[in-house]
Ligand binder design. Structure first.
Ligand code: CP3
Length: 362
């Protein structure tokens, strides 16, 4: 069957090709701010019940696309599937964050760590990728929007694996980093192998772009970030399959709090860099020129403001980037669970509308 992508704006922007308007998707676009997500999650019994069942994962992946004309779908899953597959025992206690039954603390724990067999442990993810691709495609083989696959960065995964859950100060994992750097490098080496294998499996199953979430890279000192986070992201990027089914598979990396290291992040071989809201997008574009596309970066809290303010702030971000190819609009971090869903429609509409106006002016 002939395969056509009805809307390739997102992929074109990542490759810095001209588009009629600026594409938009939202980090965590499927989630608790949507009542339909909460309904599916209660049918599934839990968050992990949802994520580990490809039918449910497909259903919730498509929910935000039914409400809003978003330009990409993102696989519904979590970054913590990898440490779970390594045997750490992931659990999400209701109302709390993630918890691991067996965190990585001792030399013996670290010696035991290994890259999991993706097919044996994470086939629920690759099955979901295939099922979502089918659900995005009509009987004539026309696909609505591209599908993004993702993983955590080696460092961000290590944070959860060593802390055993979330943390305010990352005391345990950073103490290990400073006291026993060779042990930390061994964890990161294994994680990099796992992340590369996991992303390549998603690409082979049909993910058309992939994103590396380095949520906690910004917790590291300058110099330490480069050796313990960025180095391993670069390693992963070097192992990724960059073409599949005759199409380029763009790679995005996002270090929250990484604005100061933008040039170095852009030099890792990625196609696009995600930015949080602390960065001025126009100045960021001047710093990287045409080397990479940029993704971001409106403050997710703007979505709590009245619609006129949401639209004004969206225009500021678009105007700051200016009329150049290579911008994917997004939030500077994940959408809050308390966001009014109708406000998201205002943002998506204004990004599409105003970016067309900017193109017309040129
Ligand atoms: O963007 C999407 O729509 C795809 C789904 C997605 C989820 N998690 C679903 C999820 C993605 C891309 C993630 C990535 C993720 N997970 C990150 C990196 C991105 C970021 O936000 O910084 C991190 C650090 C995690 C780890 C994680 N998962 C935490 C800390 C939590 C609990 C806290 C919270 O925000 O809920 C989760 C759970 C989680 N992952 C939920 C969703 C929708 C909420 C769980 C629920 O339904 O109860």
């Amino acid at each position: 069957m002939a395969h056509t992508l009805l809307n390739d704006t997102f992929l074109r922007a990542l490759l810095r090709q001209p588009t009629d308007y600026t594409p938009i998707w939202l980090m965590r676009q499927a989630g608790r701010y949507l009542p339909e997500y909460n309904a599916t999650r209660s049918r599934a019994g839990s968050f992990l019940g949802l994520a580990k069942n490809p039918d449910y994962a497909t259903e919730v992946t498509l929910q935000p696309l039914e409400r809003y004309p978003l330009d990409a779908a993102i696989l519904f899953s979590d970054i913590l599937t990898i440490p779970d597959a390594m045997g750490l025992g992931l659990d999400f206690a209701a109302g709390e964050g993630p918890k691991f039954a067996r965190p990585v603390r001792t030399e013996a724990d670290i010696a035991k760590l290994a890259v999991p067999d993706i097919e044996a442990t994470l086939s629920y993810v690759t099955d979901a990728v295939r099922e979502i691709r089918r659900a995005l495609t009509d009987a004539e083989g026309r696909q609505r929007v591209p599908l993004i696959g993702f993983s955590g960065s080696p460092w961000t995964l290590a944070c959860y694996m060593v802390e055993g859950g979330g943390s305010d100060d990352f005391r345990t994992v950073k103490s290990m980093l400073y006291a026993r750097p060779e042990l930390m490098h061994r964890i990161l080496e294994v994680n990099a192998g796992a992340v590369a294998a996991y992303l390549n499996a998603q690409i082979e199953a049909g993910a058309q772009a992939v994103m590396i979430f380095d949520t906690w890279g910004g917790a590291l000192a300058d110099g330490v970030y480069q050796r313990f986070s960025l180095h391993y992201i670069e390693k992963v990027v070097g192992c990724l399959k960059r073409e599949h089914d005759g199409a380029r598979v763009p790679v995005i990396t996002f270090t929250k709090g990484g604005g100061l290291w933008l040039e170095e992040i852009a030099a890792t071989g990625v196609d696009a860099v995600g930015l949080d809201w602390t960065v001025n997008l126009g100045r960021a574009r001047e710093r990287v020129g045409a080397r990479v596309a940029l993704q971001g970066n409106i403050d997710p809290t703007v979505l709590f403001a009245p619609p006129a303010t949401i639209r004004e702030e969206a225009r500021k971000v678009l105007d700051s980037f200016g009329d150049h190819p290579g911008h994917v609009f997004n939030l500077g971090h994940g959408i809050s669970q308390f966001t009014p869903p109708e406000h998201v429609a205002e943002l998506v509409d204004e990004v599409h509308r105003h970016s067309r106006t900017i193109r017309a002016r040129a």
